[in-house]
Ligand binder design. Structure first.
Ligand code: TRP
Length: 450
C-alpha cells in the first residue's frame, strides 16, 4: 500500500491539463471523428455531438476527476475507499484498458510506419495503390509487429519514468507540438483552392441523416474520445493537487478535445476534395486516401510527415493513459515497483497485441461471431466494458458515495464557487448520464433497437 504522503502527483495544473487532454486527444479525434461527422450529417452531427459533450461528457469527466482526487487512489483503490462493494467497477475498467491498449498499440505502430513512409514520399496518386500498400503492410506477419513493439516500448518508457518525470514531462512537450502541427496543417488545407467543397461535405448540415443511431454513435464517440469509463481520467484526477479547481479543468479538457476533433476534419476534408478524392469512411480515410492526397500535394512528404507525426503524438499520449491506471493499481494494491509494473504489464499487452496484429493477416480466418481477434478486443471494450464502467462510475459517485460528498470535493470543501454544482451532481450525474449510457449499452449489445 502506498503512503499518501509520498504519493506521486502532477506538479502543476497545466501538467494535468496537458496530460488529460493528451489522454483524450487520440486516434479517436483525428482518425475517427472526422469521418463519423462527415458521414452522419455534417454540422447536424456536430450539434448533437456538442450537446452530448456538454451534457454527458463534462459531467462524467468531472465525476471521474472528483472521485480520483478525493480517494487519492487510482481505479480499484478509489472504489474500495468510497464504495467497498463496487471494486469490480474499477476492475472492469482495468480490463478495458488492458484490451484497448493491446490493439491501440498495433495501430500506433501503423502510424509510426506511415510517418516514415510519408517522409520518404508515398508517390502513389491512385488510391487503389495506396490501398494495396495498406493491405500488404497490415497483413504482413512481421513488419507491423516491429512497429507495435516500438510504440509499446515508448509507452512503457514514459510510464516507467513516473507521473512527473514521465507522463507530465512528455505531455508538456508533446501536446504543444501537437497543437502547433495541427494549426499549420489546418492553414495549409484551408488555403487549398478546392477547400470549399471539402468544407461543404464536412459541415453543411443534413438533418435527413439524423436517426436514433446518430445519437448513439455520437454518445459512443464522446465516451471514447474523452477517455471515459475505464479510469484513465480517474487516475489522472488522483494526481491532481487538492488546491486545483476541478470544475474548471474538467471543462477545459473536453473543450480542447472537441476543438481538436473538429479541426482534424478541417485538415482532412479540404485536402481530400481539393485533389478530387472520395472521402472513404473508416480506417481507409487515414491510411488509404490521405497517402494519395499527400502524393499529389506540393511538399507532400513534409505535410504528410507532419500529419502522421500529429497522429503519433496523439496516439502516444493516449496510450500512456491506458497503461497508467494498471500501473498505479499494481503499485497501490500489490506493492509493485513502478518500473516492474510498467515493463511486465506493457509486455503482456504487447503479446496480446501480436494476436491482434496477426488477426489482420495470417490469422484472419479465425473468427468469433464474424469478428477477427482485433475487432473482438475492440467490440468487448467499447460495447461492453466502457459503457458499463461509465454507467456504474456515475452511479457509484452519485448514489453510493453521494452527491453531497462529491460536491464537497469538487468545490474544495466549499471554498470554490461552482454555480452549476447542484445541477451537475443531482441532475446530470445522478440521472441523465447513467440513463443515457444505459441506452448506449443496451443498444450496443442489440437488446434495444433504435
Ligand atoms: N481517448 C483516446 C482517443 O480518442 C483513447 C483513450 C485513451 C481511451 N484512454 C482511454 C478511450 C480510456 C477509452 C477509455 O483515441
Amino acid at each position: 500500500m502506498s503512503d499518501p504522503n509520498t504519493r506521486e502527483g502532477f506538479a502543476s495544473k497545466i501538467g494535468f491539463i496537458f496530460a488529460a487532454a493528451g489522454s483524450a486527444i487520440g486516434l479517436g479525434n483525428i482518425w475517427r471523428f472526422p469521418w463519423l461527422a462527415g458521414a452522419n450529417g455534417g454540422a447536424a452531427f456536430l450539434i448533437i455531438y456538442l450537446g452530448i459533450v456538454i451534457l454527458v461528457g463534462v459531467t462524467m469527466f468531472m465525476g471521474e476527476v472528483t472521485l480520483g482526487r478525493y480517494a487519492q487512489r487510482s481505479n480499484v483503490g478509489a472504489f474500495k475507499k468510497v464504495a467497498p462493494g463496487w471494486t469490480w467497477v474499477g476492475a472492469m475498467g482495468l480490463l478495458a484498458g488492458f484490451l484497448i491498449l493491446s490493439y491501440y498499440s498495433v495501430v500506433g505502430g501503423w502510424v509510426i510506419y506511415y510517418f516514415v513512409r510519408a517522409i520518404a514520399g508515398f508517390n502513389m496518386t491512385d488510391p487503389s495503390l495506396t490501398g494495396q500498400l495498406f493491405e500488404s503492410f497490415i497483413t504482413h506477419p512481421l513488419l507491423p509487429l516491429i512497429f507495435h513493439a516500438l510504440f509499446m516500448g515508448m509507452t512503457i518508457w514514459i510510464c516507467y519514468n513516473g507521473v512527473q518525470g514521465g507522463i507530465e514531462k512528455y505531455s508538456n512537450i508533446m501536446m504543444p507540438a501537437l497543437f502547433a502541427i495541427l494549426i499549420i496543417l489546418a492553414i495549409r488545407s484551408l488555403t487549398l483552392p478546392g477547400a470549399a467543397e471539402g468544407l461543404r461535405f464536412y459541415l453543411v448540415p443534413d438533418f435527413s441523416k439524423i436517426t436514433g443511431k446518430t445519437f448513439l454513435d455520437a454518445l459512443g464517440q464522446v465516451f471514447f474520445s474523452l477517455s471515459l469509463g475505464m479510469g484513465s481520467i480517474l487516475t489522472y484526477g488522483s494526481y491532481l493537487s487538492k488546491k486545483e479547481n476541478i470544475p474548471q479543468v474538467s471543462t477545459i479538457v473536453p473543450i480542447m478535445d472537441t476543438l481538436i476533433a473538429f479541426t482534424a476534419g478541417l485538415i482532412i476534408f479540404p485536402a481530400v476534395f481539393n485533389y478530387g478524392f472520395e472521402p472513404a469512411a473508416g480506417p481507409g480515410l487515414t491510411f488509404v486516401t490521405l497517402p494519395a492526397v499527400f502524393s499529389e500535394m506540393p511538399l507532400g512528404n513534409l505535410f504528410g510527415g507532419a500529419f502522421f507525426l500529429l497522429l503519433f503524438l496523439a496516439a502516444l499520449t493516449s496510450a500512456i493513459s491506458l497503461l497508467e491506471p494498471l500501473t498505479a493499481y499494481m503499485m497501490e494494491e500489490h506493492g509493485w515497483e513502478r518500473k516492474r509494473a510498467t515493463v511486465i504489464l506493457g509486455s503482456i499487452m504487447f503479446v496480446i497485441g501480436i494476436g491482434a496484429s496477426l488477426s489482420m493477416g495470417v490469422w484472419s480466418s479465425f473468427k468469433i461471431a464474424g469478428l477477427v481477434f482485433f475487432d473482438q478486443l475492440d467490440w468487448v471494450a467499447n460495447n461492453l466494458l466502457l459503457p458499463l464502467g461509465g454507467m456504474f462510475t456515475a452511479i457509484v459517485v452519485a448514489w453510493v458515495w453521494g452527491t453531497k460528498n462529491a460536491l464537497q470535493e469538487a468545490t474544495n470543501d466549499g471554498t470554490l464557487k461552482f454555480g452549476l454544482g447542484d445541477f451537475w451532481a443531482n441532475v446530470m450525474l445522478k440521472y441523465v448520464s447513467p440513463a443515457l449510457v444505459a441506452i448506449l449499452f443496451l443498444t450496443g449489445i442489440g437488446i434495444l433497437k433504435v
